[in-house]
Design a protein around this ligand. Structure first.
Ligand SMILES: Cc1ncc(COP(=O)(O)O)c(C=O)c1O
Length: 386
């Protein structure tokens, strides 16, 4: 969402009017209809880890479009099989299976259903400030009141506990708990990084109580935080892993990766018509190959360290805190962030917010050193010094 000019579409704009028309993209650059170029510092909330139109993904889509676009999950397909195997090859051996869908919220819905069915328990424990999607199950795990209230009553048996507070989590997890669902770095909630002790405590208390542990890596996954998956940093492996956004290089995809130990415990049915269609799977294989070959997690780590260092020098009267991991950075202001975003846009840099006071940076991991450096300097100028 941008903040200047009149709305340009009658599309049902449920989360703010759209005022900037963008027509083309390549890497970390986007162009509007007049040909003006912008540096993309938000990558559609983390969809574009590989940037816009990654050439290998585009080639894979072109080739697959000539073979087979869609296929029900009742049939085997070698492209789908290869995508699932490629994804599992990047993960610890404790994971055994992948459920494919079309979005992050569906990845969360599947995790909730799998956990309830596998444990036979009702309760889902999530974190305050957490975000897991907008469909009713995922929304029930999401924290922000404005997102929830107009749609209540939500799904019962969801509780929220303070993030990074192991004692509060321990108090909430009991013999009725099916799932503890956490983001290793809270994105929409303002870029808050989990502590190692918290995630380790979450792992040991879920093991003890018989609940499952899920990490929502829809935003943190696929290189964003300087590791292929953020959980690698802490060495804490969950039972369920939620992925989406950049997993297919820009096409809609969701994945719920399930531990071997959980797979045989699932009862009931779950399904998604478009989930795992060959077109998306072909794009997904190309996307994963590019992430690995171009060592994009390492690039995210290097550029992220540089970003945290530069932004850490912003003036304290304006900025309360700068935090993040890799190329997932939040700058928390002491005032509303919207005017800063508008000023950045007028200078040709598209950043996003997380809540009303946090500027969130999720640039494509392929952003050039020059564009990243220019983005950081533009922020410093807009904020006024540092
Ligand atoms: C951590 C997390 N989980 C889930 C979602 C929902 O994903 P989607 O918008 O694809 O449904 C998001 C979206 O921002 C997210 O950041």
């Amino acid at each position: 969402m941008t903040t200047t000019g009149p709305p340009v579409t009658r599309e049902f704009a449920t989360s703010g009017a759209r005022r900037l028309t963008l027509v083309r993209g390549l890497g970390a650059r986007l162009w509007d209809e007049t040909g003006r170029s912008y540096v993309d510092l938000g990558a559609t909330h983390g969809v574009g880890n590989l940037g816009s139109n990654p050439p290998e993904v585009v080639r894979a889509i072109e080739a697959q479009a000539k073979e087979l676009l869609y296929l029900g999950s009742g049939y085997a397909n070698p492209v789908r099989t290869q995508f699932v195997e490629r994804l599992l090859s990047l993960l610890p051996g404790s994971f055994g299976s992948v459920f494919l869908s079309n979005s992050g919220t569906e990845a969360a819905e599947a995790a909730i259903k799998i956990a309830r069915s596998a444990t036979g328990r009702p309760k889902i424990v999530a974190a305050m400030r957490g975000f897991h999607g907008r469909t009713l199950g995922a929304l029930s795990a999401t924290w922000r009141r404005e997102f929830r209230e107009p749609f209540e009553p939500l799904v019962p048996e969801f509780v929220h506990v303070p993030f990074n507070d192991a004692a509060a989590l321990e108090a909430a997890v009991d013999e009725t708990t099916a799932l503890v669902l956490l983001e290793p770095v809270q994105g929409e909630g303002g870029v808050h990084v989990a502590s190692a002790e918290y995630l380790r405590a979450a792992r040991s208390m879920t093991e003890r109580s018989g609940a499952l542990l899920a990490f929502d890596e829809v935003q943190t996954g696929l290189g964003r935080t300087g590791r292929m998956f953020a959980f690698e940093r802490w060495g804490v492996v969950p039972d369920l892993l939620l992925l989406a956004k950049s997993l297919a290089g820009g096409l809609p995809v969701g994945a719920t990766v399930v531990a071997r130990s959980v797979v045989p415990r699932f009862r009931g049915s779950h399904h998604s018509t478009f989930g795992g269609n060959p077109l998306v799977c072909a794009a997904g294989i190309a996307a994963l190959d590019s992430l690995v070959r171009d060592r994009l997690p390492e690039r995210a780590e290097r550029l992220g360290t540089q970003g945290l260092e530069r932004l850490g020098r912003l003036p304290g009267e304006k900025v309360r805190e700068v935090r993040g991991l890799g190329l997932m950075i939040g700058v928390e202001f002491r005032e509303k962030v919207a005017p800063f975003l508008a000023e950045l846009e007028s200078r040709g840099f598209l950043a996003i917010s997380a809540g009303s006071t946090v500027l969130r940076l999720l640039p494509p991991l392929v952003i050039t050193d020059e564009d990243w450096g220019a983005g950081l300097e533009a922020i410093a100028e807009v904020v006024g010094g540092g």
